[in-house]
Design a binder for this molecule. Structure first.
Ligand code: CA
Ligand code: CA
Length: 415
């Protein structure tokens, strides 16, 4: 368990297990080009080999696997592909966050990372759990975190001790990709890509089981309100599904938009992050008779949206965080744009006076929005950029680098 915050600079950790020296290298310079990066990795490797051996070194590159076949060289806690155990797993792109009391739960590549934000100016990493796929979204209910875990489906994590998150159970549908999850009562509702809406019974969190399904085009995000599930269904727009009977969800209505990436429900409105089209607002007072209310074209591509008080907060891709005044939902107006963090804004949540913006390879930005017209950075957490792993076994060094928890290049060095 990492108690200390990993600072965004080079960090080394070294441990010996029997005859194998395990070495971890963490390089946090996301902007380095691969050749420079490779040079640094080689240098570090030689340096560390030098620590463990006084013999003269003769280093040769003997093999390389690149991203074209990365699918079989995914780094996990223990990399077993190619017969090697990697010393660890690092980093990943931050795609989402959820705030509960004094903790932020982050989806960072393959990891769920827990930050203690008791001191908001200094978020501290206190816990982490590595999953089999990407942590695309997290919903928290009670002592459990429900993770939309890509092709691994739903993953349930016990967070009764936030510093020691522990995987309890998982459920995967036979096809599709879990992007987003919402929890209500004994069920989770999963936006499961081209498999649509998948409903899973979680009354026994160790053994989640299938309950029902409603097929859609490409379910990316989900919001629950009353007896309805609102699905942002990519190029199919907003799809509304009656889930009164979770075993037999049925169509209620749909509303065509350009490219619905995310949806949130507030009062009688659905707020859709509609990619390049910006924010689309639909009156859903009667889900069977939807009416267009308003639209605000954000500078970038809206991928995530949340509503707090009279403002909509939009994760606007490369253009950062867009804040829109929705006091009159039929006439949304600009409040401010926050773009002081360089990176791609994937999603945003709001808690108290802060917006927590998942900035991909730039990590998490915590933005003070006590004045929504003048947002300013409160603090940041970034352990996400280019990540590297090194394993040494016998006369070989296995060096991997990549991001989002995936290997882009695996280099085999003989020395
Ligand atoms: Ca489908
Ligand atoms: Ca736009």
């Amino acid at each position: 368990m990492q108690k200390q915050k990993l600072s965004p600079k080079n960090k080394f950790k070294k441990e010996s297990v029997g005859e194998i020296t395990k070495t971890e290298v963490l390089l946090m310079k996301s902007k380095l080009n691969p050749s420079i990066y490779f040079g640094i990795v080689i240098f570090c490797t030689i340096m560390m080999i030098g620590i463990s051996s006084a013999e003269e070194l003769n280093v040769n590159l003997i093999g390389q696997f690149n991203e074209s076949n990365y699918s079989d060289v995914t780094i996990t806690n223990t990399l077993v592909t190619h017969g090697q155990n990697f010393s660890s797993h690092f980093g990943g792109s931050v795609s989402n966050a959820v705030v509960v009391e004094n903790y932020v739960y982050l989806g960072q590549g393959q990891d769920m990372v827990v930050l203690d934000i008791t001191d908001i100016s200094n978020p501290l990493e206190v816990g982490k759990v590595t999953t089999p796929s990407l942590v695309n979204n997290i919903a928290i209910s009670g002592n459990y975190a429900y993770l939309a875990n890509g092709d691994n489906g739903l993953l349930i994590v016990d967070i009764s001790n936030p510093a020691l998150p522990a995987i309890l159970g998982s459920y995967a549908y036979n096809s599709g990709y879990a992007y987003n999850v919402a929890v209500a009562g004994n069920y989770t509702y999963i936006a499961y890509g081209n498999s649509g809406l998948i409903i899973v019974n979680i009354s026994n969190p160790s053994v989640p089981t299938f309950k029902g399904r409603y097929d859609t085009f490409n379910a990316k995000s989900i919001a629950l309100s009353e007896n309805y599930a609102y699905v942002a269904d990519d190029k199919n727009g907003l799809v509304i599904i009656n889930v009164t009977n979770p075993a037999a969800p049925r169509s209620a209505n749909s509303y065509a938009t350009i490219k619905a990436n995310s949806v949130t429900i507030s009062s009688n409105y659905a707020y859709v992050a509609d990619d390049n089209n910006g924010l689309v607002i639909i009156n859903v007072t009667n889900p069977k008779a939807l009416t267009y209310t308003g639209r605000y074209d954000t500078p970038g591509n809206a991928s995530g949206v949340t509503v707090s008080d009279n403002y909509a907060y939009i994760a606007d891709g490369d253009k950062g965080l867009s804040i829109v005044n929705i006091t009159d939902p039929s006439k949304p107006t600009k409040a401010a744009v926050y773009n002081s963090t360089a990176g791609h804004a994937y999603s945003v949540v709001v808690s108290d006076n802060y917006a927590y913006v998942a900035f991909g390879r730039s990590g998490l930005a915590i933005v003070d929005i006590s004045n929504p017209s003048a947002p300013k950075l409160a603090s940041a957490y970034d352990n996400s950029g280019y990540a590297s792993g090194v394993a040494i076994s016998g006369n070989y060094a296995y060096i991997a680098y990549g991001y989002m928890g995936f290997v882009e290049n695996l280099l085999l060095i003989l020395f």
